[in-house]
Design a protein around this ligand. Sequence first.
Ligand code: LLP
Length: 442
Amino acid sequence: MNERNTLKINQDGHLEIGGADAVSLAKQFGTPLYVFDEAYIRRMMGVYRDTILKKYDGNGLVLYASKAFSCQAIYRIADQENIGVDVVSGGELYTALQAGFPAEKIYMHGNNKLDYEIGEALDAKIGCIVADSYSEIDKIDAEAAKRGMVQTILLRINPGVEAHTHAFVQTATTDSKFGFSIANGTAEKITAYALTKKNVKLAGYHCHIGSQIFEKESFVIAVTKVMDFAAEMKEKLRFTMETLNLGGGFGIWYTDEDRKIPPEGYAEYLEALIGEVQRKAQEHDMQEPFLLIEPGRSIVGEAGVTLYTVGAIKEIPGVKKYVAIDGGMFDNPRYALYESKYTPILANRATEACTELVSIAGKCCESGDMIAVNVSLPKAQSGDILAILSTGAYNYSMAMNYNRNMIPPCVLVHEGKAEYIVRPQSYEDLNRNDVIPERLKK
Ligand code: LLP
């Protein structure tokens, strides 16, 4: 089966994740449960890091896009693997700093960073802020001046590449809340503006063309456009791009409609980007920029599996069979948001052949609360442990307490043993911030 991410079926016919039996994990920790395979995460971080080392003389840094999965342990792993991280909110920044992540390797994103987030980033002396508006540049400049410092920034620009992916996760087309367009001249204008600021050092550009993209071409075209633009800015504004951040977006396997790429295969994507950066640098007689990439999904996505217990089963003759689980859109809202597809496996009967088409329903009071629609499974029974594969990215990080369901805990498997990296929520946690005004008290 899925040998790419250390998933296998053991002698008991159970699904194993990173050497841990899924059925035992469900017993030990309960369900729903997010399970992460540490070895896979490290392998992915290592592939990107080593590619920059070997193919680009180490003149760059991998930033793990922590929006994909943020908790203190993942920042520890990123630190140990000698990579940087990107954060997109004060909360992610705080989590990284609490985990002891080195501030100089933190890059901050966001199309509308709040004043306090900019202040926190400056106070922490993070490596770089990726600016995305005029007002933000003004604020960074003013706050840096107050602190007697100069803050390094990149500008988010938009090469206008149409990536073949779900429209909701495209971020670089012309109509986007992110970035400044190369094509309509706004990227040039904001470059000139940033260069007038005393307490801001413009180091270069950032672009990100979208997510869950398999087409190498889309990434390469974006590099071509950004490098041509940088050459133009050198000519027109005498601005030298020292740093280039190419964002994330590499696709992963969710179902057999997707490409299966072994961890080492992702090196090819990065090599293609590097090749184009070098080709263009030579063509335009520019220095090769310090190179950043920001993969999120491809680092943690296939490293994660969610375990559920099957509950009610409801068959509507001639229509559908619903297999309900003890989780749902509160731990994985991706079907509700994007109609994302997933592959389920009965973890306790993993060798059994699939005999029916079912739809996996969550427990929320909402018809759209589904995890997967029309998927094949062996005949599921109440009490079976159902695993949904490739849930490591954008599941826990997008989880919520809808219906006052508790966000499941996360465990990290290391050499076959699992331990909590995010503890379970309790009913008390759900009520923690509630206040009953005096006049409503019983
Ligand atoms: N850099 C920037 C500036 C980004 O906006 C993103 C993702 C990344 C890096 C990481 O991209 P990745 O390598 O993970 O594709 N919630 C959606 C995904 C939203 C992606 C947002 N930006 C989902 O569940 O599919």
